[in-house]
Design a protein around this ligand. Structure first.
Ligand code: GRF
Length: 217
């Protein structure tokens, strides 16, 4: 597009991904399956968690991917300084090109964001900017929207506020409970996240301010 000044995400021959998660890790499994199937031209170099018993660590170990628990420190919703340093060091040691948040339940702050500027992505279970924060599928149901979904976005200093890479919509049906809607959104995530990460790994994504562009293939 003429006049578009976009920043291309740097890619190299062996694109390395670090995954951070706090929970069961079903999105990680979808990503690992897509890597194994050759749909994402990348390697998952390391999986890190702030929760020792998180399913995501067990899934990673099953797949022989290096997996590490790093104690998050004294805060509930963010990493303390020591923990932040430990996460950054583990990701730098693993030489990751991209950090993929997959259910990581802590807000990332200054030093972490500066260390990996423009190279951290997240998936959120709503059509952002609607319903940021916790239990967004329940927020969507309670609000009465007819369409819900999920969003993959770059991570910035806000909560679920970075530039949007991709979105996928699902209907909200009359009989839905929060759990049923959550499952439908999850199913959409397992298709959307690998598709976005594959495009990033192929260098097909460029960014201009808040707008993210996909190279036409
Ligand atoms: C997903 O719903 C994702 O959108 C949100 O956290 C959840 C992680 O689930 N950020 P899982 O651990 O991948 O199963």
């Amino acid at each position: 597009m003429a006049g578009r000044s976009a920043i291309q995400i740097a890619v190299n021959n062996s694109f390395r991904i670090g995954v951070l998660g706090s929970g069961k890790g079903s999105n990680f499994v979808a990503l690992a399956d897509a890597v194994a199937a050759g749909k994402i031209p990348a390697e998952i170099a390391v999986v890190l968690s702030d929760v020792e018993s998180a399913g995501i660590l067990a899934h990673a170990r099953e797949q022989k991917i290096p997996a590490q628990f790093i104690p998050p420190g004294k805060f509930r919703t963010k990493l303390d300084e020591d923990a932040e340093r430990a996460f950054v060091a583990a990701l730098q040691n693993a030489k990751v090109d991209l950090i993929v948040l997959a259910g990581f339940m802590r807000v990332l702050k200054g030093d972490f964001l500066r260390a990996f500027e423009g190279r951290i992505v997240n998936i959120h279970p709503s059509l952002l900017p609607c319903f940021p924060g916790l239990e967004s599928w329940r927020q969507a149901l309670d609000h009465g929207v007819k369409v819900a979904g999920c969003t993959v976005h770059f991570v910035d200093a806000g909560v679920d506020s970075g530039a949007i890479i991709g979105q996928s919509a699902v209907p909200v049906l009359d009989d839905d409970t929060a759990e049923i809607l959550h499952q439908r959104i999850h199913a959409a995530e397992y298709e959307l996240y690998p598709r976005c990460i594959a495009a990033l790994a192929r260098g097909e994504i460029s960014v201009a301010g808040r707008r993210v562009f996909w190279k036409k293939t």
